[in-house]
Ligand binder design. Structure first.
Ligand code: AMP
Ligand code: ZN
Length: 493
C-alpha cells in the first residue's frame, strides 16, 4: 500500500460465461475453490496459423487474464496437434501433417517443429500469455492407448481401418452441436462398416503394406491416434476430470468437441449430460470466426492472412489484438485493412496518452484512489459479463480522458485494466508501432535528416525546397504528416 492509502481494487462482480453446452450465460463456479483450470484446443502445426486461428488464442488469453483478474489461480493448457488431424474434421481425407510433409519433402517432425515455432512467435507478438503447459500430442501416445483400452470394451468396435467409437453408447450424443445422432450435419459415411454415421476413429490403423512416418504399436495394430482422442486425453491427464473450461473456435462445436465429450462420458463412466461435469469440462466456450468479405478464411485461397503479412504491410501485431477486442468473442468479425488501420490509430492514441501521463507521474507504487473506483467497477462488470471487451475498452478510454486527476493514480487504474486487455500499453515503446513495411528501403536516420532539413527550409520560408524534400521522401515511401494531432510526423506508406 502506498502513501495514497486506499486499498487495492478487488473485483467483485459475479463472473458469467456463456456455456455452449446449455446455450446460456452461467455463473462461473470453479470445480476447485479459488482455482480455474482451462484447456484450449491448439493448432494443428502443418502450416502457419492465419489470423483467424489467432483470434481463438486472443480469446482464450482474455478468458485467462479475466480469471486471474478475478483472483483465481489459473492453470491453462494449450495443446499442439502434431499428429492425427485429417483434412476433414470427421473421418475423411488425409492426415494434414503427412500431406504437408509429402508436399514439402520434409519429415513430419521438421514440419511440426517449424510451424510450432512460427505459432509461438505469433503468440508472443500478440501479447498472449504463456499457458502453464503446452501439451504436444505425440508425447501422450501411451496415455491415449491406455484411455482407448479403458473405453473400448463398452463403447468401441474394431474395423479393418481402425478402432471406432460407437456414439449410440452414450446419452445425448451431439447435444453440444444440437445435431441428431443419426444424420449429423456434414457426416459422410466414408468408412464401410460404421454402425452410425457419426461414429469416429479413435485409433487409425496403418493400412497393410504401408508405412507411415508417424506410427505406434497398439493393441489394434500399428497406427496413430484419432484427433478427438488426443484432446480428451491431454485435458484429462493434465487438468483432471472434471475441469472448468474447454475452449475452441465455433467450428469445434460441431464435430470435434461433441466427440471429445462422448469419449469423456465413456471414460468417466457417466452418461447423461444433465450434470455439466459429465462432459469432462463444466463449461464449453467457443469464439466466433474472423471472416473475410469473400467468406471463410483459408490458408490456401487468395491472400494468406498471416500475422507476418500484417507486419510486412506495416501494421503492429497489437493493432490486430485490439481489433479482436473491439468485437465480442461470440460475434463474427469481418477482417478489413481499413478496420485494421483504424485499430492501429486507436492504439496509437492510447499509447500517446499513456506516454504523456507517464511523463507527469511520479515514481513509486501507487493504488488508484476513490475517484477511480466507479470506473474499475464498470470495467469489472464488463469483463465479468461474458468477457465484454468492447465495453471494457471504452471504460479504459474514459479513464484515459479524465482531467484533473492524479497522474500516478490514473496510471495505476489503467495498469489494472490493461492486465486484462493485455495491450501492454504501459511498457510499449512508441517506435514499436511504427513498423517498416517490407520493401521500404530507407533508414530512420535518413528520414530524420530530411525532416530536419525540411524544417530549416520552412523556417527560412523556402517552400520550394520544403516541397521538394517532401516529394523526395514520398518517392521513398515516406509520408510526411504535418500537424498530425498524434505527433507522429511521418509514416511509411
Ligand atoms: P486448427 O489449427 O485448424 O485446429 O485451428 C486452430 C483454432 O482456430 C481452432 O480453435 C479453430 O476453431 C480456430 N479457428 C479456425 N478458423 C478460425 C477463424 N476464421 N476465426 C476464428 N477462429 C478460427
Ligand atoms: Zn482439441
Amino acid at each position: 500500500m502506498s502513501a495514497h492509502g486506499p486499498a487495492q481494487f478487488a473485483p467483485s462482480a459475479p463472473l458469467k460465461l456463456f456455456n455452449s453446452l446449455t446455450r446460456q450465460l452461467e455463473a462461473f463456479e470453479p470445480v476447485h475453490p479459488g482455482e480455474a483450470r482451462v484447456y484450449s484446443c491448439g493448432p494443428t502445426v502443418y502450416n502457419y496459423p492465419h489470423i483467424g486461428n489467432m483470434r481463438a488464442y486472443v480469446f482464450a488469453d482474455i478468458l485467462g487474464r479475466t480469471l486471474s483478474f478475478k483472483g483465481l489461480k489459473l492453470t491453462h493448457v494449450i495443446n499442439i496437434t502434431d499428429v492425427g488431424h485429417l483434412t476433414d474434421d470427421a473421418d475423411d481425407g488425409e492426415d494434414k501433417m503427412e500431406k504437408m510433409a509429402k508436399a514439402q519433402a520434409q519429415s513430419i517432425w521438421d514440419i511440426a517443429r517449424h510451424y510450432t515455432q512460427a505459432y509461438w512467435e505469433d503468440i508472443k507478438a500478440l501479447n498472449i500469455r504463456q499457458p502453464a503447459r503446452w501439451t504436444i500430442a505425440t508425447e501422450f501416445v501411451p496415455q491415449m492407448i491406455a484411455f482407448a483400452q479403458q473405453i473400448a470394451p463398452r463403447h468401441c468396435y474394431e474395423l479393418d481401418s481402425g478402432l471406432y467409437f460407437d456414439v449410440s453408447t452414450v446419452e445425448d450424443y451431439g447435444r453440444l452441436a444440437r445435431a441428431q445422432t443419426e444424420e449429423g450435419e456434414g457426416r459422410i459415411e466414408a468408412v464401410e462398416g460404421k454402425r452410425n454415421a457419426a461414429d469416429f476413429a479413435i485409433w487409425r490403423k496403418t493400412p497393410p503394406g504401408e508405412k507411415r512416418q508417424m506410427e505406434w504399436d497398439s493393441p489394434w495394430g500399428k497406427g496413430a491416434p484419432g484427433w478427438h482422442l488426443e484432446c480428451s486425453v491431454m485435458s484429462g491427464e493434465v487438468l483432471g476430470f472434471p475441469f472448468d473450461i474447454h475452449t475452441g473456435g465455433i467450428d469445434h462445436r460441431e464435430i470435434h468437441h461433441p466427440n471429445e465429450i462422448a469419449q469423456n462420458q465413456a471414460f468417466c463412466c457417466t452418461n447423461g449430460l444433465d450434470l455439466p461435469a459429465n462432459s469432462g469440462a463444466r463449461v464449453w466456450m467457443h469464439n466466433n470466426f474472423l471472416v473475410e468479405r469473400s467468406g471463410k478464411m483459408s490458408k490456401s485461397s487468395g491472400e494468406f492472412l498471416r500475422l507476418q503479412l500484417l507486419i510486412d504491410k506495416g501494421y503492429a501485431p497489437l493493432a490486430y489484438r485490439l481489433m479482436c477486442l473491439q468485437a465480442h468473442y461470440r460475434s463474427e468479425l469481418e477482417f478489413s485493412w481499413d478496420g485494421l488501420a483504424a485499430a492501429l490509430t486507436r492504439l496509437k492514441r492510447m499509447l500517446i496518452a499513456v506516454g504523456q501521463l507517464q511523463e507527469r507521474a511520479g515514481v513509486g507504487e501507487v493504488q488508484p484512489g476513490p475517484r477511480f473506483m466507479p470506473f474499475l467497477e464498470r470495467f469489472d462488470a464488463a469483463v465479468s459479463d461474458d468477457l465484454n471487451t468492447p465495453v471494457a475498452l471504452t471504460v479504459f478510454e474514459e479513464v484515459l480522458a479524465l482531467k484533473k486527476v492524479d497522474a500516478s493514480e490514473k496510471l495505476a487504474a489503467l495498469s489494472a485494466m490493461d492486465a486484462v486487455l493485455g495491450l501492454g500499453l504501459l511498457a510499449l515503446d512508441r517506435k514499436s508501432l511504427r513498423l517498416r513495411p517490407k520493401g521500404v528501403e530507407i533508414d530512420e536516420a535518413e528520414i530524420e535528416a530530411s525532416l530536419e532539413a525540411r524544417k530549416a527550409a520552412r523556417a527560412e520560408k523556402d517552400f520550394a525546397r520544403s516541397d521538394a524534400l517532401r516529394e523526395e521522401l514520398a518517392a521513398k515511401g515516406v509520408e510526411v504528416m504535418d500537424g498530425d494531432p498524434l505527433g507522429w510526423e511521418w509514416k511509411l506508406a
